[in-house]
Every structure is written in C-alpha cells, then in structure tokens.
Design a protein around this ligand. Structure first.
Ligand code: NAD
Ligand code: GLY
Length: 369
C-alpha cells in the first residue's frame, strides 16, 4: 500500500446522551496526545496492561501522554485465568498506594481480559472514576471495549461479578494487530461474524468475500470489518445499554460458548473459539426449529472454518455438562435456559421455549472433536 492509500482514522459515536463517547479507529493512533488527552479526567493516569502487551505497546502509549501528567502503571500476569477479583484488587492497591483521587483516569491497554478488569476497577474505585479503552486484540477492538460491560470471572461462572461502566473513549490502533498471534485473530473474527449473523446479512456476504484478506491482515479490510462491527455494537448499546432486550442478541453462541470455556478451564479454549463453536451450535439448533435451511447452516459453518475457528464441541463434554453450565447463564429468567438463535441469516431472536429434554438431545447429537 502506498502512503496515499494509507487508511485514514475514522470516528464513530456510542450515543448515550451525556455519557456518549467516541470510538477512534485507525493505524498508528497510539503515541499521539490528541487521541487521548481530551478524555482524561485530571492529571493522574494509571495504565493497566499485562506482561505480554507491555513490551510491545506500553512505551508507545506513554509517548502520547504529556509530561505534565502523573503516569503510573500496573502490569498484570497474562491470561483468562487471571480475570479475578484478586487482580482487580491489585489495581485498587496501586491506585491507593499512589494516592490517586476521584479525578484520576484508568487506561486499559490490552485485550478483553485487561479491558474488563480495568473497567470494573474504575467502576468501583471511589464509587466510579474515568477510564479509556485501548484495545489491542481484534476481539477487544470489535466487541469488549465498546458498551461498558466490565467484570471478572467466578470459579462457578464466567463474568458473574461485574458492573456496567462506560469508558470515556475507545482508541483502536489497528496496527497493534500486527503482533497478535493468528489463533487470537481468529478468535476475534468469531465476534465479527456474529454481527453479520445477528444484524447484517450484507456484512455476512462481505465477510465471506474478504475472509482471506482479513486473515492476511490487509489494513483496508481490517479497518472496514472493525468499523462495521463497532457501528453495529454502538447501535445496539445505544438502544439497550443494560441488556433488557436487544443487547442480548450480542450473545449469539455465548451460552454454549461460556459453558465450553468454564468446563474446559478458563483459557484452554479461547473465548472466541468457544463462541465460534457456540454459533455453529446455535445455527444448527435454529435449523432444527425450522428457521434456517441446510444451505444456510453450511454457509455459516464454512465461514467459521474459513476464519480458522472450531465448529465441533469438545470431546468428552457431554450434554449434562453443557446444561449444568448453561443453567448459570445471566440471560436466564425463571429457571429457563434462554438462547439467542437465528430466525434467518442476519436476524436474531431470544428463545426459551425449548423443552429441556429436546435441548439435551440436540447437544448430545452435536458433533464432537
Ligand atoms: P485476552 O485479553 O486474553 O487477549 C488474548 C491474548 O492476546 C493474551 O495473551 C494477550 O496478552 C495477548 N495480546 C493482546 N494484545 C496483543 C497484541 N497486540 N499482540 C500480541 N499479543 C496480544 O483475550 P481477548 O480475546 O482479547 O478477550 C477475551 C475476554 O474478553 C474474555 O474474558 C471475555 O469474557 C471478554 N469479553 C468481554 C466483552 C464485553 O462486552 N465486556 C465482550 C466479549 C468478550
Ligand atoms: N459482548 C456482549 C455485550 O457487550 O453485550
């Protein structure tokens, strides 16, 4: 790509009245004060990152923070298994040790694990302080950094402890994806595919045509996929911030997926991989209910495979294990398991009418690795 063709930064808005905030998307945004400074509440800044991301991007991020600021950092260990209250306590300990006040700003530099924990730390510190998301995985760039869901895992269930707390801004430097392992890129593509499945059939077709370019880290294709994904997420969050209705559609594949993640042990399957298989399961179940035809199911499966995602459930995870985990899902009301399914490609719905025995039989018959 020549300099003239360089991808230009784009800005979207998450429209939440007085709490509205921008999502800036583009290569090379890290390290430039103008993308960060307007969103800092005061002069105290705590960067939260992890041992993997820090060597790549911490110095660049700090270059974008002016000399008159007090900048400190917390560098946590890596991994989903560290998404615990104990890690969040480390952030609070550091804030208190540095004497940070209510006008401080936390910056989350990393993937969804760092973003969720930092947001939760910000939501609770002195009853709520400012935070900015600087997501560095594709998954975090298209999903977790936008919308204000923050929290940690509990040994009994994923994301069971948390709060809604919106960031002041989301700064997506697409160049950070260059260092992301291929398996993590695929995990992020699961959430990108999700948006096409639940809300935009044309985007789904676009993804089919551009999957190779996306996996090859083509700048233009990546920027477009991130832009459209964030646009859909921002629309849904503006419509239903606290998930009273349509926001639940963003959980397509997640009820099955969270069960897989918890059963396998957090981190064994990546979140996006579990969601990929979960979407294959939700699609097959939608066919069983007569809403999708076999061709649609094959199309979804082919796209998930093209993204490098698994489409079969883990060997050794029986239907009983799925159901036990799925009963803990936050979407459930009145003891019924609530699933996000597809009425058609590009149109999601919530369904809790399936008799337990039928759900169990479906899961038992679903292919295993
Ligand atoms: P992650 O945060 O564990 O990051 C994946 C891996 O990539 C980690 O090892 C990380 O250190 C590494 N990494 C991050 N950026 C990198 C880079 N640029 N180069 C090299 N390595 C890099 O996982 P994730 O997939 O980003 O996020 C998953 C988490 O997000 C889960 O905990 C999930 O529950 C949560 N999530 C939250 C929401 C939400 O709305 N809040 C939505 C979806 C997922
Ligand atoms: N990732 C699901 C949500 O933000 O609601």
């Amino acid at each position: 790509m020549s300099a003239d063709d360089a991808v230009q930064p784009r800005t979207l808005t998450v429209d939440l009245g007085e709490r509205s905030y921008p999502i800036h998307i583009g290569p090379g945004l890290l390290g430039a004060s103008r993308w960060l400074r307007p969103y800092l509440a005061g002069r105290q800044v705590m960067i939260v990152t992890n041992e993997t991301v820090a060597p790549h991007y911490l110095a660049a991020l700090k270059r974008g923070l002016d000399d008159d600021l007090t900048v400190r950092e917390v560098i946590l260990p890596d991994g989903e298994a560290t998404k615990t209250l104990a890690s969040v306590e480390r952030i609070w300990d550091a804030l208190l040790a540095e004497g940070f006040n209510r006008r401080c700003t936390l910056i989350a530099l990393g993937g969804g694990v760092i973003g969720d924990m930092t947001g939760y730390a910000a939501a609770c510190y002195q009853r709520g302080v400012a935070f900015v998301q600087v997501p560095t995985t594709l998954l975090a760039q298209v999903d977790s950094s936008v919308g204000g869901k923050t929290g940690v895992n509990h040994p009994r269930g994923k994301n069971m402890i948390g709060a809604f707390w919106q960031p002041r801004a989301v700064l997506i430097d697409t160049a950070t994806l260059a260092s992301l392992p291929g398996r993590e890129l695929s995990a992020g593509l699961a959430e990108v595919i999700k948006y096409g499945l639940i809300r935009d059939r044309d985007f789904l077709a676009w993804l089919e045509a551009h999957m190779a370019a996306l996996r090859g880290l083509d700048d233009t294709a990546l920027s477009e996929a991130i832009r459209r994904s964030c646009e859909i997420k921002a629309e849904v969050v503006a419509e239903d911030e606290t998930e009273q209705g349509v926001r639940a559609h963003l959980n397509l594949g997640h009820t099955f997926g969270h069960a897989i993640e918890a059963h396998q042990g957090y981190g064994a399957w990546l979140h996006g991989e579990a969601v990929g298989t979960g979407m294959a399961m939700a699609t097959a179940l939608s066919q069983r209910l007569g809403w999708l035809d076999a061709q649609a199911v094959s199309r979804v499966e082919a796209l998930l495979r093209a993204a490098g995602l698994p489409v079969a459930a883990p060997a050794g995870m029986d239907a009983e294990a799925f159901i036990a985990r799925m009963r803990l899902d936050k979407k459930n009301l009145d003891e019924r398991i609530r699933l996000v399914l597809l009425r058609s490609l590009g149109e999601a719905c919530l369904h809790d009418e399936l008799p337990a025995a039928e759900l169990e039989a479906f899961i038992a018959a679903f292919p295993r690795h």
